[in-house]
Design a protein around this ligand. Structure first.
Ligand code: 3HC
Length: 294
């Protein structure tokens, strides 16, 4: 069954990026948020992104208008009912996600694929909240979604081959490179990335280098687009802390354990760029300054 219509749940950072990419790829897309304010905020962000692409000459004004025309915002779960695939990017809490899938399940056709964008919660556990574990997958996008070329497509022991391959092909139709992986915390990217990021914090704690020297080392010595401490600020410390805890709980390996400094920064609300302070101070967002931490 070819996917023609898309539903996206959540229009925050990830959901809005996913909705934008789906609409740009030619799919009529309904995106649902819990309040009118959040719908308006998410759609405004997408419009700004599309305008920027027109300014840069990446997109014509007609293509922007067509993409925007394919997007519809809503607060009603019922409006996702006509979709052939629903991609969920709501708050990273298992109870909230299970509740959402339970509400959606009776509204959708049998063929509809359910896909969660979770970065670390169990796809299997979510799939079991629905009556369609065979058509439940993970589709993990990366921030910023319109720029990052990868989607991890995740299967559980209950996912049917046909649904998995449809989701994999769909990611390709969005212009992304899709990789196949299984339902283990962190999948492929975070399994490798998170211990590296945690090690960068440990290196800072141990005085191996300053914030700037650690970041410059990995940027200029290893060709990373961002240094690890800048990337932690970009992802959000609360997010990394939560992923690390879930991975540590599963694998019981020290390399996944969140360092004390990360925990303290989360306790202090210093969650990175979005809170104005992390390893850097973003009072002047164009010119972040390293923070004195230790
Ligand atoms: N939305 C849309 N486009 C954006 C964007 C955004 N939020 N941020 C940057 N861009 C575009 C810019 O417009 C620019 O486009 P152009 O080349 O056509 O002009 C391009 O991206 C490059 O941007 P900049 O020149 O401003 O800055 P950089 O060259 O530093 O690139 C970056 C920015 C793409 C964010 C780059 O630094 C990068 O790739 N960083 C690493 C990001 C990363 O690792 N993300 C994954 C995080 S892990 C994750 O998401 C998983 C989760 O589970 C935690």
């Amino acid at each position: 069954m070819a996917i023609e219509k898309v539903g996206v749940a959540g229009c925050g950072l990830m959901g809005s990026g996913i909705a934008q990419v789906c609409a740009q790829a030619g799919f009529p897309t309904v995106v649902r948020e819990v309040s009118e304010e959040l719908v308006a905020k998410g759609l405004k962000g997408i419009e700004k992104n599309l305008d920027r692409l027109v300014e840069k000459g990446t997109l014509s004004a007609a293509e922007r208008d067509a993409a925007r025309g394919r997007l519809r915002g809503t607060t009603k779960v019922e409006d996702l009912a006509g979709a052939d695939i629903v991609i969920e990017a709501i708050i990273e809490q298992l109870a909230a996600k299970r509740e959402f899938w339970k509400a959606l399940e009776p509204l959708c056709a049998k063929h509809t694929i359910f896909a969660s964008n979770t970065s670390s919660l169990s796809i299997t556990e979510m799939a079991m909240a629905t009556g369609r574990p065979g058509r439940f997958v993970g589709m993990h996008f990366f921030n910023p979604v319109p720029v990052m070329k990868l989607v991890e497509v995740i299967r559980t022991i209950a996912t049917e081959d046909a649904a998995f391959e449809e989701a994999h092909a769909f990611a390709g139709r969005l212009g992304k490179t899709a990789v196949r992986t299984t339902d283990r915390p962190g999948f492929i990217v975070n399994r490798l990335l998170v211990p590296f990021l945690l090690d960068a914090i440990r290196a800072l704690e141990e005085g191996v280098g300053t914030i700037e020297d650690i970041d410059n080392s990995m940027k200029l010595g290893a060709g990373h687009p961002m240094g690890p401490l800048t990337l932690l600020d970009f992802v959000g410390h609360d997010t990394t802390y939560s992923i690390a805890n879930i991975m540590f709980e599963e694998f019981k390996e020290k390399r996944f354990a969140p360092p004390a400094l990360l925990k303290r920064m989360v306790m202090a609300g210093w969650n990175g760029r979005k809170s104005g302070r992390g390893f850097y101070d973003y009072s002047d967002p164009k010119n972040p300054k390293p923070v004195k931490l230790l």
